[in-house]
Design a protein around this ligand. Sequence first.
Ligand code: PLP
Length: 400
Amino acid sequence: MSDFHPNPDALRPESRIVHPPLAESVGSRPMGIPLHQSHLFAFDTSDELVRAFAGPGEAFFYNRFGNPTVRSLETAVADLERGAAAVATASGMGAINTVLLALLRSGDHVVAQRSLYGGTFAMLADLARRWGVEVTHVAGDDPGEVEAALRPNTRLLHLETVSNPTTRVTDLPGLIGVAKRAGVVSVVDNTFATPLLCRPIEHGADVVIHSATKYLGGHSDVLAGIAVFADAELHRKVWQFATELGASADPFAAWLTLRGLQTLALRVRRHCDTALDLATRLAAHPAVSAVHYPGLPTHPDHDLARGLLPAGHGGVLAFDLSGGREAARTFTESVRLASLAPSLGGVHTLVLHPASTSHRQLSDDELAAAGIGAGTVRVSVGIEHPEDLWADVEQALAKL
Ligand code: PLP
């Protein structure tokens, strides 16, 4: 049915103005991504509307349950991650919380990596404190430690492909293998790696999460998240809960993410190449005592990364300045092409001092255990020309 009344001349201006004729492309198709910025969809018959309520594969009727632009994003990322289906959300934390709350209940036990994104770590602590979910933290490199942590009530293993900020690479096949044998659902936050560098479902993961705010969107203009499911049944369970929680992605956010996604392969290639170049140059600089980047042969997970991230090691690196906190402050305030800002994964290079910002809640012992020193600086490498970037980094290092 046309959106316009069959006899517009019979309507008064007040009615005509809220039922405008909407142009559709006839005989051609748009090359840009259509944006369905409508939270509501109308039906010709009540039977069709009733059928729409049956599940995620039916007609769209209300955005909390689905929207064509949001579904396009879900299909695209599920395809990239080799999953069955996805649920797009308003943020990365929205995706993480939707999955945790959909799959856990009081009395359940979770095994989670120690070096998680701060928001995830805080959410797990909150689940333990207020909702009776037990949490055991483990390192990311020892399947035996996961095995030993399992209990009869363990329901979920939560991992991140690459840790923040020291870029330790998680032994996904080893850790997920332990969970699989015990019938425990494994969830992997793959934000740092992107589906172009690592596809956790190929290593046995049940759920893959992205903060689409980062590489998938890629341009620092959108907040969004997505959870991809290996299995359609698990997807349906979480989708059902997501409709109750109300964490759905807005169509415009999905549209921006889809638009960013079209250049993901080019951007990731560039991020990886420039990050390796920068890491190599930093490692040779006298003011730098250590560089953390899995692409360097000196990185403790270099061999693991060669198998898990064969196409490149990502765009995030960290380095330690011998001058400690003061040197880190001077450096982060002296860069001119790079910007002092949190977040990562966008086209602009960003620098950050984790000990005083993203990881400030950690005690000195916890910081030391995570390999984060007073002089550690994180860099999210953008897509600027590598020579311009090095010139900027070099002039900021010269201020120390
Ligand atoms: N997961 C990782 C690895 C992150 O780095 C972040 C944010 O920095 C998140 C999840 C949360 O994503 P969002 O900020 O989109 O909620």
